[in-house]
Design a protein around this ligand. Structure first.
Ligand SMILES: [Zn+2]
Length: 289
């Protein structure tokens, strides 16, 4: 039972998740938009230098047959399958996160999600799996290559279902930030250093993921079964594995941080999880991160 998080049965009713890469297309691409348009993606793991990862040439695209195969799997997903299959788990999680944010915030507009293999074109440019999961504000779309979760386990993260769902909720946290303006504010405040805009944005996204987890099992009709302390421990394990100091290793210099330390990521997820209150996630209001 430890691995089961979704309760309920039947097909997962959302049109917001699609298979991408190759000819599979992505979410709607909002081009233009003038000076306010932000083209920088926000990734789960690394500070992203668009010159390095989002080259104009772009990486090799996933093939359109990959996209078609992913789409076929997505079309067949049920809540039962979401407890076994990573692609279906991502899809089911997007429904849960959208439900929680729509309840908390009537103005919430759901993002799109694209699941891809190897590489994908986005409203922010081309990206490869090496980027890890990310959110592109220009097309309001979260992107996931399911193979990332294997890499995450190698990095010391958990492959438990709630830990994977946390990754989805973190990227959706960036979407919430896109809607509130926190993402744009953070991107104006610098991309590196212990009190940089980037670190504040990332820690806030962890906190917003915690807010989701707090509400995800609310009420008898919740999509998630009651969350156990054991499952929360798997999230903490993953949050620690993707802390800047964990990734950079001994001698890690905070001036190079982009996402916050293991302790900070754990702390802000926990603030959101324990309070369930997005107002508690104001990582811009304090230097005590
Ligand atoms: Zn992030």
């Amino acid at each position: 039972m430890g691995r089961v998080t979704f309760q309920g049965s039947g097909s997962i009713d959302t049109g917001s998740v699609s298979g991408g890469g190759g000819g599979g297309g992505g979410g709607r691409i909002a081009l233009g938009g003038g000076a306010g348009l932000i083209l920088t993606i926000v990734a789960l793991l690394f500070g992203v230098n668009p010159g390095e990862i989002l080259g104009t040439e772009g990486p090799q695209q996933g093939t359109s047959s990959d996209a078609a195969q992913i789409q076929q799997q997505l079309d067949s997903c049920t809540y039962e399958m979401a407890n076994e299959n990573t692609i279906c788990r991502i899809k089911a999680t997007t429904v849960s996160v959208d439900t929680v944010w729509s309840d908390l915030w009537p103005d919430y507009q759901p993002p799109q999600t694209v699941i891809f293999a190897d590489a994908v074109r986005t409203g922010c440019g081309a990206a490869s799996s090496a980027t890890g999961p990310f959110y592109c504000p220009a097309d309001s779309t979260a992107y996931f290559d399911p193979s990332f979760f294997t890499q995450l386990r190698r990095m010391g993260g958990s492959d438990g279902p709630l830990a994977q769902e946390y990754v989805v909720a973190h990227e959706y946290g960036h979407h919430v930030q896109n809607l509130t303006g926190a993402l744009a504010k953070g991107q104006r405040m610098g991309s590196q250093g212990p009190r940089s805009g980037s670190v504040r944005v990332e820690l806030q996204a962890d906190c917003l993921a915690g807010v989701w987890a707090h509400h995800a099992d609310d009420g008898p009709d919740a999509l998630l079964a009651p969350i156990s302390d054991e499952q929360i421990a798997t999230v903490i394990q993953t949050a620690k594995a993707i802390g800047d100091d964990t990734i950079q290793g001994p001698g890690s210099n905070p001036e190079g941080w982009t996402h916050g330390s293991a302790a900070q990521r754990t702390r802000w997820f926990t603030v959101g999880y324990q309070s369930g209150d997005p107002d508690r996630c104001d990582t811009f209001a304090t230097d005590d991160l």
